[in-house]
Design a protein. Structure first.
Length: 126
């Protein structure tokens, strides 16, 4: 597996920022469901104007979550999966780090209980 890219934090942050808005998530889901769609199609699918859908698509595109292809005067949008995979990998790594920290906390608490019980609870635990 390649090492982390220098811009990983900014890249993943842009993905999470783009996905923070429920309408943007609905637009992304609609693009994924349709395979390819125009802003007009997506506006109808999620109940917003074409202009609102286009603005959401531009923000999703800035995060790398969608790309567009010109077909005459239309821009047809489709989902790109790499940024979602990067965000999922970040979440997995963060979850593993917290699991490790929590396991150490559980071990420390268990050691404190054992030390307290070993001397009848009279000595201070370091």
């Amino acid at each position: 597996m390649p090492g982390p890219r220098p811009d990983d934090d900014a890249h993943v942050g842009a993905v999470f920022s783009a996905l923070a808005d429920p309408t943007r998530r609905a637009v992304l889901r609609a693009v994924a469901d349709q395979g390819q769609a125009t802003a007009t199609d997506l506006g109808l699918a999620v109940g917003v104007t074409r202009q609102a859908a286009a603005k959401h698509l531009d923000l999703l595109a800035a995060a790398g979550l969608v790309i567009d292809e010109r077909a005459g005067r239309e821009r047809r949008w489709r989902v790109t999966t790499e940024p979602l995979a990067d965000a999922a990998a970040w979440l997995t790594a963060a979850g593993q780090a917290w699991d490790t920290r929590l396991a150490r906390l559980v071990e420390a608490a268990a050691a404190e209980v054992v030390a307290t019980r070993a001397d009848g609870g009279t000595s201070p635990v370091p």
